[in-house]
Design a protein around this ligand. Structure first.
Ligand SMILES: Cc1ncc(COP(=O)(O)O)c(C=O)c1O
Length: 353
């Protein structure tokens, strides 16, 4: 399938005023965005236009019933000015996985990838090259019918928006194990990257923040006994020398960083243990020194060191970070891999020409 993409260049680009030292993630956007429309039968009118506002009727189904899904990925640049995407097809596939659950149409990989590549080559100058920085890419799809009845929309819009990003959690984080509220239940939408999952997480997260934590660790909705994942990251523990993480399920997002970290760990000869982790067992193991590391893994956060885990009002502190820790080594390795600084033996990086 060959894709025709019309391009309207931004006549008032912001690139000349772009200062990498003043990056505000999510507030500054690149000069162009990609749009494609689903007319009820097929994707049409693929176009790149200046980043700007949309005109939407107030009855738009996305606003009322939340038929809205998204992805999060990044482009990286190295000192030589070469730019790379990291496993973009995984994002395209996961978007379609989310689309199926939310009764939305598949977006052909060709539209996703061609739109992404052409947008990236147009806005390549926006990809920052400072350590830990990148261009965050937000592909998303939303219902587009102007109609107030509860039924799947017949029309949809797919877009790609980009915002430069510095480091996400610069400092090690304090996280709270949540045992009252739930993010996802079996049979629900937890495995999809659906907007409503994030809306439902905001109130419990705000309560946790008021208690002095930055993030929540979700537990299973039935017993609140087993670790699931954090707000925007999967979770990993170094437990008696084994890299331990919850198995993905229909209540956990199948993280691309998670998948990548597990593959690298196996390649390094580290034993990987995908199993349910009981919260009491975990905190006991932190106390007696069997858990030496806890960290979140995700595109936005990359590798986020966890310094404290709170359970039922009691804080459990992890050992201070040292250079020989797995999370430090994997962070460096991933950063080098994503920027094309080391050999890509997994064939995960895609160069932007
Ligand atoms: C709920 C949730 N879990 C995990 C992740 C990590 O996934 P990935 O590594 O693909 O970014 C994310 C981020 O997308 C997320 O929103």
């Amino acid at each position: 399938m060959s894709i025709d993409i019309s391009i309207t260049r931004n006549e008032n680009p912001n690139i000349d005023n772009y200062n990498q030292d003043e990056i505000v993630f999510g507030k500054n956007f690149t000069d162009h965005m990609f749009i494609a429309d689903f007319d009820g039968e097929k994707w049409t009118d693929c176009r790149i236009v200046p980043t700007g506002e949309l005109s939407v009727h107030p009855s738009n189904a996305m606003w009322h019933y939340g038929q809205s899904i998204f992805e999060g990925m990044k482009a990286y640049k190295n000192d030589k000015g070469e730019a790379f995407l990291f496993r973009p097809l995984e994002n395209a596939n996961r978007l379609n996985h989310s689309a199926e659950r939310m009764c939305m149409p598949d977006i052909p990989n060709e539209v996703f990838m061609e739109g992404l590549h052409q947008l990236m080559s147009l806005d390549k100058e926006w990809i920052p090259n400072r350590p830990g920085s990148s261009l965050y890419i937000r592909p998303f799809m939303m219902a587009w019918d102007s109609f107030l009845g509860v039924r799947p929309s017949t029309t949809y819009r797919f877009m790609i928006l980009c915002s430069p990003a510095g480091k996400y959690y610069a400092e090690p984080v304090r996280v709270k194990i949540e045992q009252e509220f739930s993010r996802a239940a079996p049979g629900g939408t937890g495995h999809a990257k659906a907007a409503g999952n994030y809306a439902g997480a905001m109130y419990p997260t705000r309560l946790a923040m008021e208690q002095g934590y930055q993030q929540i660790i979700w537990t299973d909705s039935k017993e609140h006994k087993y670790i699931e994942e954090a707000g925007t990251m999967n979770l990993m523990f170094m437990y008696k020398g084994k890299l331990t993480t919850s198995p993905v399920s229909d209540t956990i997002l199948n993280g691309i960083t998670r998948k990548s970290v597990l593959a690298i760990a196996k390649d390094w000869g580290i034993e990987v243990d995908e199993r349910q982790v009981d919260v009491v067992e975990l905190t006991e193991a932190i106390k007696n020194g069997d858990v030496t590391e806890a960290f979140g893994v995700g595109t936005a956060a990359t590798i986020a060191q966890i310094k404290t885990i709170g359970l039922a009002g009691v804080d459990f502190d992890l050992p201070a970070i040292t250079d020989d820790m797995f999370q430090v080594k994997i962070n460096t390795y991933l950063e080098d891999l994503r920027k094309g600084k080391i050999e890509d033996k997994f064939d995960w990086t895609v160069e932007i020409k």
